[in-house]
Design a protein around this ligand. Structure first.
Ligand SMILES: C[S@@+](CC[C@H](N)C(=O)[O-])C[C@H]1O[C@@H](n2cnc3c(N)ncnc32)[C@H](O)[C@@H]1O
Length: 368
């Protein structure tokens, strides 16, 4: 299977040529079937350039449903058993899509509200200003062990954390309302003649977030409705592979240029370093490596020595051999049977008390 490619063709046909169970992540921004009729005018009378493109036209609900079912089934077939899919849509289509996804077998993980910072006004004042779109995130099945880089998501969450607090290190769980601006200004791709290339280009910030939190370095990311290739750009920046499908040759042509200009940006977000689990380390191992010594005294943060270390990594507490977690609970006199010993025990290094959690870090570092 070719990777890092733009396939100029019909997404259903192209996906049907791909191997089953071959992609890790799918982002789909399908035609919404906006059903725009007539010319939309701003209050002062100028025409508003909304989405009335040919690729967004369907004859009937049946027609739209047939198309939606076909591409969703094709996505289901190519997605790996532990893969996941994101689909974005507005009120015109997201309910049809969500129902079909469940019929096909996808397992819903979240629905996310993209709250637009700069929505298009409702020029005529005939209904509420439509200021959001919905993203559905789903795994292939209920049993899928899909990727979720939980701590990386926290590092990207500025939706619910004040920027000053964020700078000071405050992190909160990412929620399901994302506040992002609609793509404008320099981010909007223009043709050589200066015309806006695409009417529904998605913000790169959104795609970077999706790729960063729900895939790993080296994973294959597929987008069946490539447009300006925003998904490919996010994938390449974050060290993932991409397969982009797009029917319109002009979008493909400008997309090739955009992707060629995109560089891999290595870093802790791309590598999801925040989510890496530290290597498990035993006390006995640290004794053997000389980071702890048989017979040395164990202290709490304050007070006299409480226990001494035995050769097998247990602690001698009042003549009884105990693992350090049970010993911490017993010596603190709490109701629990165990406390995390790494949060409680200290040893002496020179005149100073050093937490054994720090000793463990020094040992981990020495192994790198
Ligand atoms: C909503 S736009 C995607 C925009 C894209 N996410 C971006 O950021 O630029 C949908 C795209 O799907 C393409 N498209 C529509 N039907 C298609 C089909 N059957 N096969 C391939 N591409 C299709 C359209 O040409 C359009 O560019």
């Amino acid at each position: 299977m070719k990777e890092n490619v733009i396939l100029n063709g019909n997404s259903i046909e192209e996906m049907n040529k791909m191997e089953a169970d071959s992609v890790d992540l799918i982002f789909a921004d399908p035609p919404y079937w906006m059903r725009v009729e007539g010319v939309l005018k701003r209050v002062e009378g100028t025409e508003f350039d909304g989405c009335d493109d040919v690729w967004d036209q369907f004859e009937s609900l049946d027609d739209y449903e047939r198309f939606t079912k076909q591409w969703l089934e094709a996505c289901y077939r190519v997605l790996k058993p532990n893969g996941s899919i994101w689909v974005i849509g507005g009120m015109q289509c997201i309910y049809t899509i969500g129902a079909m996804m469940q019929d096909i077998g996808f397992w819903l993980i979240n629905d996310i509200i993209w709250h637009k910072k700069n929505p298009t006004p409702n020029f005529m004042g005939t209904r509420l200003n439509n200021s959001h779109e919905t993203l559905i995130w789903a795994a292939k099945t209920k049993k899928s062990k899909y990727t979720f880089n939980y701590k990386t998501a926290k590092e990207l969450n500025l939706d619910t954390v004040d920027p000053d607090e964020f700078a000071k290190g405050t992190r909160k769980q990412m929620g399901s309302v994302w506040r992002m601006a609609v793509c404008t200004g320099n981010e909007r791709l223009k043709t050589d003649g200066g015309r806006k290339l695409h009417s529904t280009q998605k913000p790169l910030e959104m795609l970077e977030r999706i790729v960063a939190i729900s895939s790993k370095m080296g994973d294959v990311v597929l987008d069946p409705f490539g447009g300006t290739m925003t998904t490919g750009v996010a994938a390449k920046k974050l060290g993932r592979k991409y397969i982009m499908i797009e029917r319109d040759p002009e979008y493909c042509q400008y997309g090739e240029i955009r992707l060629a200009e995109t560089k891999f940006e290595d870093g802790p977000i791309a590598r999801a370093d925040y989510d890496k689990k530290p290597v498990r380390v035993t006390v006995q191992e640290m004794i053997e490596a000389g980071f702890l010594m048989e017979g040395e005294q164990f202290y709490f943060r304050e007070g006299a020595a409480v226990a001494s270390l035995l050769k097998d990594g247990k602690l001698d507490y009042q003549g009884k051999a105990m693992d350090m977690h049970s010993c911490a609970a017993a010596a603190r006199g709490v109701k629990a049977n165990r406390l995390n010993g790494f949060d409680y025990w200290y040893v002496l290094r020179g005149d100073e008390r050093v937490s054994i959690a720090d000793v463990r870090e020094q040992y981990r570092e020495s192994k790198k």
